[in-house]
Design a protein around this ligand. Structure first.
Ligand code: GLY
Length: 422
């Protein structure tokens, strides 16, 4: 079967690497891909939202399955478009992708289905939002309701920070129309985890647990990023808590979607905080997490293509997922300036040396090739991933491989996994 993967990050490299292991996979194409993905797939110069070209390419190359990695094409309805053309897709349709693309829609569905989450109010009027902050008082969380490339969430410890976040979103349109409406949420505390499930409209299959580190600096400090590292499994989730999350979050959300006649097929990712009052949903994503996918794919023993086809065909109940019992970890190397305006074009060395190490895979997130040299081309550049007998062992392998890699302005956290290892 020919496969077309949409995307160009570390998540897509990990998915391409895993799909390539399937005996069923014939040709794998990736639009647009990156130099790492090019080792396992044929990269084609088509943007992730160029629907006309994607549809034409899928027809021309007799693609048996299109796998959509990032949220933007999902939110814009790439699945609907391809399905209409009779092309099989892994990834939710536009209505279902609102769970990520419209935080107020997600909040209302959660409320309706009694899914535990932070109390929230929604505003389009900045003055009214300011008044609410003055009345309620920080700490609060201000979120742009739309997609803002992982940057639309501000955790505000002081009123002035919340008022500034409101100004940035609504008045300054720092995130474009994504911030025209905001939600202001109750501040919660507790360890966070990422629970990802395959969903085929009726069936839910929860994957092994994982946890990411969202801030740029050690000790979970500094600005928020897309994720600077992740590991799987996470010890904060016991079997009982996972069963509780399935019962109180995934089942009622899927029931709510079915009741609204929304077909959900693909990945549903719940970002969950384990508060003193129990698990509470922070957010939903309608796609694989990045960088959670990198360690998860290292641990997945089952054929990913078989699982994705079962999801697309609505027969997930026929599938059993098998996992390597060993833990895996991923550490992200980012470019100078990230998560602010980041530099590109710095020459990267040592990736092959890292990749050659046992139990290590270096996934490319933001790289390019210029004049035959590998260079930085994004905020997050590489996701060095390793599997080990223990989490400590996986961590050591990640950092030993990272030590071989170099580029000007390279930054990575030295403490990925610290919570689990403590
Ligand atoms: N790791 C967070 C995300 O994928 O959104």
């Amino acid at each position: 079967m020919n496969i077309l993967l949409i995307g160009s990050g570390g998540r897509e490299h990990a998915l391409a690497w895993k799909l390539k292991q399937s005996p069923k996979a014939e040709r794998i194409y990736c639009a647009p891909g990156n130099p790492g993905i090019a080792q396992v797939a044929e990269c084609v110069n088509i943007g992730v939202t160029d629907f006309d070209k994607i549809e034409k390419f899928a027809r021309d190359k007799q693609i048996g399955l299109v796998v959509i990695g990032p949220e933007d094409p999902l939110a814009l309805g790439l699945t609907d478009r391809l399905q209409k053309a009779g092309i099989k897709v892994f990834g939710p349709n536009k209505a279902a992708a609102r769970l990520e693309g419209d935080k107020w829609f997600a909040k209302e569905l959660m409320r309706h289905q009694s899914v535990p989450t932070a109390d929230a109010r929604s505003f389009t009027d900045a003055d009214a939002a300011d008044e609410y902050v003055k009345m309620h008082g920080a700490p609060l969380v201000v979120k742009a309701v739309g997609l803002a490339k992982g940057k639309g969430v501000s955790v505000c410890y002081r009123d002035v920070e919340a008022i500034d976040a409101i100004d940035q979103c609504i008045r300054q349109r720092a995130f474009g129309e994504a911030g025209a409406r905001i939600v202001i949420e109750e501040f919660m505390t507790g360890p966070e985890c990422s629970i990802l499930a395959f969903i085929d409209r009726r069936n839910i299959y929860i994957m092994e647990t994982s946890q990411d580190h969202k801030t740029i600096d050690d000790g979970d400090t500094g600005p928020m990023t897309g994720g600077m590292g992740a590991y799987s499994p996470t010890p904060v989730i016991t079997d009982e808590v996972l069963a509780q999350i399935e019962r109180d979050v995934f089942v009622p959300i899927l029931d709510g979607l079915i009741r609204e006649d929304i077909e959900y097929k693909g990945i549903l990712y719940a970002g969950v905080m384990l508060t003193a009052a129990g698990p509470r949903v922070l957010e939903f994503n309608c796609r694989f997490g990045d960088p959670e996918t990198e360690p998860l794919m290292m641990r997945l023993k089952s054929d990913l293509l078989e699982v994705m086809l079962a999801v697309a065909d609505g027969r997930l109940d026929e599938i059993t997922l098998e996992w390597d019992r060993r833990p895996a970890m991923c550490v992200v190397a980012s470019s100078k300036g990230y998560p602010g305006k980041n530099r590109t074009g710095d020459v990267i060395t040592g990736v092959e040396a890292g990749d050659e190490m046992a139990d290590v895979k270096v996934f490319h997130c933001g790289t390019d090739t210029v004049d035959g040299q590998l260079v930085t081309a994004g905020g997050r550049v590489l996701a060095v991933t390793a599997i080990g007998d223990t989490l400590k062992d996986a961590q050591k392998k990640c950092y030993d491989a990272m030590a071989k890699i170099n580029f000007d302005g390279m930054h990575y956290r030295r403490d990925i996994g610290h919570r689990a290892l403590r």
